[in-house]
Design a protein around this ligand. Structure first.
Ligand SMILES: O=c1ccn([C@H]2C[C@H](O)[C@@H](CO)O2)c(=O)[nH]1
Ligand SMILES: [Zn+2]
Length: 294
């Protein structure tokens, strides 16, 4: 079991611990449960899916990276596939607050990169902040996403975000988690290809500026993240955050990053290049390749 899970695991209910043990014993546990694993856990524990997601939250929160606040938020997204995707907040000391990843953004982008087409619900151990409520309003589940919080009845996003501003206000109909492919040719070394593929999947209807970042670890794994834009602009999640989130959820840390590639257009309306290089430098990575989408 990855050391980060040990104390959270020991505090879980006994029946859940018994059925989870073999899944977590795999040191490569990817911080998600397949539909089959989820169903199996429900059968073994007698918990429904919502109860199971609540019970698993401490494990999601154990993935947090909170060198500034030491306040660990955990989130678990329920995908339409039946899978459960963990997420946790991630902070970057030495950088700026704007580079922070919220737990809700972490779980959602995790599910998105994992291929979920739509989400049915999200379970969080704290009430989602306004920024996350706005971020979630970009999803193709719209205001009907179910939000599960401790000691509250389940309610839809529309309940937590009344009088919502969203993509419709800007006449945008392609939403986050919809299938998108910007169609740029995929070429070059594997790391650059991963960055281009990620850029091709970006959700960027406001700037028309696709972006993708791929990170390679010293042991040869590649984690790629797509840019997730938001109607209110500021809650947009940059591609580096999406990639770093996957790297962290898979059990790696900043010290494991060997090199990175960032793919974007030359004359896009916006660019992630400088902020990507800045945060990667802060994390100790200097080897960064710029890839032009063309
Ligand atoms: O909805 C929220 C609110 C806060 N945080 C994180 C951000 C930061 O890392 C820490 C303190 O705000 O908690 C979340 O993950 N989700
Ligand atoms: Zn938030």
């Amino acid at each position: 079991m990855h050391p980060r899970f040990v104390s959270a695991f020991e505090a879980l209910p006994v029946t859940l611990r018994a059925s989870l043990q073999s899944i977590l014993d795999d040191s490569a546990f990817p911080a998600m449960l397949t539909p089959e694993q989820t169903q199996h856990l429900q059968q073994q524990t007698g918990m429904d899916k919502n109860a199971l997601a609540f019970a698993l939250l401490p494990l999601a929160a154990a993935c947090a990276w909170t060198g500034i606040s030491h306040f660990n938020v955990g989130a678990i997204v329920q995908g339409a596939s039946g899978a459960l995707w963990f997420g946790a907040n991630m902070e970057f000391p030495g950088s700026c607050m704007q580079q922070t990843i919220h737990a809700e953004q972490s779980a959602i982008s995790h599910a998105w990169m994992g291929g979920e087409q739509t989400l049915t619900g999200i379970t969080v151990n704290y009430t989602p902040c306004g920024h996350c409520r706005q971020f979630m309003n970009e999803l193709n589940s719209g205001l009907s996403l179910e939000i599960h919080l401790p000691e509250r009845a389940p309610a839809k996003l529309g309940h937590y975000l009344p009088d919502a501003f969203g993509p419709k206000d800007l006449a945008i109909t392609t939403l986050l988690l919809d299938n998108e492919n910007h169609g740029f040719p995929v070429k070059g070394p594997a790391l650059e290809q991963a960055a281009i593929c990620a850029a091709n999947r970006s959700h960027c209807p406001y700037s028309q500026s696709p972006g993708g970042v791929a990170l390679q670890t010293h042991d040869g794994n590649i984690f790629a993240g797509s840019y997730a834009e938001n109607a209110a602009f500021n809650p947009s999640l940059p591609p580096l955050q999406v990639a770093l989130n996957l790297l962290r959820l898979r059990g790696y840390g900043a010290e494991d990053i060997a090199c990175a590639a960032i793919a974007e257009r030359t004359n896009g309306q916006i660019s992630h290049h400088d902020s990507t290089v800045s945060l990667l430098n802060t994390l100790g990575c200097q080897k960064i390749t710029g890839v032009t989408l063309a």
